[in-house]
Design a protein around this ligand. Structure first.
Ligand code: FSO
Ligand code: SF4
Length: 545
C-alpha cells in the first residue's frame, strides 16, 4: 500500500504498512484499484453522455464509490471488492449501450477501460501498478493527488445533496472528466493546476447545492444554545454529516423513549429548525471524531455512523456501532437503503432500549448556528462593529480536528487572539476552541460556528457579502485572515474552492499535505500565498500585521 491522502500520513510522507487511521494494506490497494476502474467507467460514461444514451445511475455510482474511499469512511475489504466488480459490470453495460446505439469505443479505449479480472489476488496485483507511486514525475503525481483528493471531497458533498433529492449533472460530468484527465499523459503541469482550480469552482457549486438542499429541506440554521449534558433515558448517538439520516432517525425514535444526541460533525444538526421540534433530541455529546474511543464507551448506547470519521472500534463497544451510507467496517451492522429510499433504524432503537443512559462527561451549553442566513441578518451589527473598530479582524479557522498533539496550536491560537477579533469556524476544527469562554463583542460571540465542513460555503458567502457592503474590489482587502486546519479530503475541496474564489494567503496546518511536492508548494506560495503555521506567538503577530 501507499496512501498519502490525509494529514496523518506516516512521517508526513505516506502510510506503507498499515494506515495511521487503521486502514489495512489490502483495503488501501483496493481503494486505489477502485479509483482506476472508475476512470475506465467514466471514460465510457462520458462517451455515452455525448451520445445521449447515458444513465444517471452511473453518475451516482461513481460519486458514491469515490466517497467510500475517503479517510475514515470505509474499512471493509468486502465492500471494495464488490464495488470493483460492480464497476467492471457497469463498464461493460455502458460499452454495450454505446455499441448498440451505433457508437464506437476503440478511439477512447485504454488499459482502464479494457483491464478485467474477477480474481481478488489479481486485484491486489493490479492495484500496485495503478497506485500513485506509478506516476514517476513527482510534480505530476502531486497535482494528480490534489485533484483526486479534491474529487473525493466533492463526491461526499454531492452525495449528501443527492440524498436530499438535489443533483447537478454538471457536477457529475466534471467529476468524471477530471478522473479521465488524470490518465491523459499530454496534460502539462499548468493544465493540471488549471484542473485543480476548476475542481475548486465545481466545489463551490457542490457546496452551494448542498446548502440549498439542507436549508430548503430543514430551514436555515438558527442561533442555538446546544446542551452538552445528558438526560436519564437510553439514547442513540449519531455522527457524520448526513442530515437525511438525522431526520429519519429522529422520526423513527419519536415516542419510543429513546433520546438522540449528536457527535462530532453532526453537532450542527442542532441548529436546524426542523430538528429542534423533536423533544427527544437532547443535544451534543462529546467532541471531535478522534475522541470517539473514549466517548463511545461512556455513551453506553448504540452509535450510528452516517459518514466519516469512523475510528476502528474497540471490542468494548464494537457491538454498539452501526454504519450506513458510505461507511463500512467488517463485523459492524450496516443499515442499508431500502428500495423506497428510506432506512429502517428499528434494530438500533431496540438495541438502545436495552442500554444504560449515557454517562455525563460535560455540562452546559455551546452556541452555534451562524451560517450565512443568520450572519447576514446580523450584517448591520457586524458592519457597525467593524466600522467602529470594535471588531478589528476575523479569523477563518474552519476545517478539521485530529489526534495529533500539534493541533493544540489551534486552542492556543484561539486563546492568544486579541479580544477585538472574531473566529469564523465550520467543520470539526471548532472543537479545539468552542468550549473556551472567549466572550463576545457587543453581543456577537467571538466564535461563530457556521456548521459542518461543507458550511465553509457559508463563510465564503459571508465574505463576499462583506466585500459588497464595504465596496471593495478584492475579497483579500477584507479584514479576514485564514488559518485553516485540515485532515481529510473534504478539506481539500474546501481549500480548492477558496482558491477558486480568489482567497489569498491561506495558512494550512498543522502540516502541509504530504502529497504536495516542493515545486507544487512553490506554485501555491507564489500564486496564492499559501503558507504553513509556525508557533502561536509568531503567527498571531504575522496575521495582525
Ligand atoms: Fe471533521 Fe472528519 Fe467534516 Fe472531515 S469529522 S474531519 S473535514 O470528516 O468532514 O470536519
Ligand atoms: Fe495513512 Fe491517512 Fe491514508 Fe489512513 S488515510 S492510510 S492515515 S494517509
Amino acid at each position: 500500500m501507499f496512501c498519502h491522502q490525509c494529514q496523518e500520513a506516516a512521517k508526513n510522507t505516506g502510510c506503507t504498512v498499515r494506515g495511521v487511521c487503521g486502514k489495512t494494506s489490502d483495503v488501501s490497494n483496493l481503494q486505489d484499484l477502485l479509483i482506476y476502474v472508475l476512470k475506465g467507467l467514466a471514460t465510457y460514461n462520458l462517451e455515452a453522455k455525448r451520445l445521449k444514451i447515458n444513465s444517471i445511475k452511473v453518475d451516482r455510482f461513481i460519486t458514491q464509490s469515490l466517497f467510500t474511499t475517503i479517510t475514515n469512511a470505509n474499512f471493509d475489504k468486502n465492500v471494495f471488492t464488490a464495488t470493483i466488480n460492480e464497476a467492471l459490470l457497469l463498464r461493460q453495460e455502458v460499452k454495450t449501450a454505446i455499441l448498440n446505439s451505433g457508437g464506437r469505443v476503440n478511439h477512447i479505449d485504454n488499459d482502464s477501460t479494457t483491464w478485467f479480472s474477477s480474481s481478488e489476488a489479481e486485484f491486489q496485483q493490479k492495484a500496485k501498478e495503478v497506485g500513485f507511486l506509478s506516476i514517476e514525475n513527482e510534480d505530476v503525481r502531486s497535482l494528480i493527488s490534489l485533484i483526486t483528493f479534491g474529487l473525493k471531497g466533492l463526491a461526499a458533498y454531492t452525495e449528501h445533496a443527492f440524498n436530499l433529492g438535489y443533483e447537478d449533472e454538471e457536477i457529475y460530468s466534471f467529476m468524471q472528466q477530471a478522473l479521465v484527465d488524470t490518465l491523459d499523459n499530454s496534460k502539462t503541469a499548468d493544465d493540471l493546476v488549471a484542473l485543480n482550480l476548476k475542481a475548486g469552482e465545481v466545489g463551490v457549486k457542490a457546496m452551494a447545492l448542498l446548502d440549498k438542499a439542507n436549508t430548503s429541506t430543514y430551514g436555515h440554521p438558527e442561533i442555538t444554545r446546544v446542551n452538552i449534558g445528558v438526560r436519564k433515558s437510553p439514547a442513540i448517538l449519531i455522527s457524520g454529516h448526513d442530515l437525511k439520516d438525522m431526520e429519519e432517525l429522529l422520526k423513527q425514535t419519536e415516542g419510543t423513549g429513546v433520546d438522540v444526541y449528536t457527535h462530532s460533525e453532526m453537532l450542527p444538526a442542532n441548529y436546524y429548525p426542523a430538528f429542534k421540534r423533536y423533544s427527544h433530541f437532547v443535544g451534543n455529546y462529546g467532541n471531535a471524531w478522534w475522541k470517539q474511543d473514549k466517548e463511545f464507551e461512556s455513551f453506553n448506547g448504540p452509535i450510528l455512523m452516517t459518514t466519516n470519521c469512523l475510528v476502528p472500534p474497540k471490542e468494548s463497544y464494537k457491538d454498539r456501532v452501526y454504519t450506513t451510507g458510505a461507511v463500512g467496517f467488517e463485523g459492524l451492522t450496516h443499515i442499508p437503503l431500502k428500495e423506497d429510499g428510506s432506512k429502517d433504524f428499528s434494530k438500533i432503537i431496540e438495541h438502545a432500549k436495552k442500554c444504560k443512559p449515557p454517562i455525563e462527561i460535560e455540562k452546559g451549553e455551546i452556541i452555534g448556528g451562524f451560517a450565512h442566513n443568520t450572519v447576514l441578518s446580523l450584517a448591520d451589527k457586524v458592519v457597525e462593529a467593524v466600522k467602529s473598530g470594535a471588531i478589528k479582524q476575523f479569523f477563518v479557522m474552519a476545517g478539521c480536528d485530529g489526534r495529533m498533539k500539534s493541533r493544540d496550536y489551534y486552542t492556543d491560537f484561539a486563546k492568544a487572539l486579541p479580544k477585538d477579533t472574531v473566529i469564523l469556524t465550520a467543520g470539526c476544527a471548532k472543537y479545539k476552541y468552542n468550549k473556551l469562554d472567549l466572550g463576545d463583542i457587543g453581543g456577537i460571540p467571538r466564535v461563530l460556528d457556521a456548521g459542518q465542513c461543507n458550511d465553509s460555503y457559508s463563510l465564503a458567502v459571508i465574505a463576499l457579502k462583506l466585500k459588497e457592503v464595504f465596496e471593495l474590489n478584492d475579497i483579500n482587502e477584507l479584514p479576514i485572515s485564514y488559518n485553516i486546519a485540515w485532515y481529510e479530503q473534504k478539506a481539500v475541496i474546501v481549500l480548492l474552492a477558496l482558491l477558486h474564489l480568489g482567497v489569498k494567503n491561506i495558512h494550512l496546518g498543522p502540516t502541509l499535505p504530504a502529497f504536495l511536492s516542493p515545486n507544487v508548494v512553490k506554485v501555491l506560495v507564489e500564486n496564492f500565498g499559501i503558507g504553513g503555521i509556525t508557533n502561536v506567538e509568531a503567527d498571531v503577530k504575522m496575521f495582525l500585521e
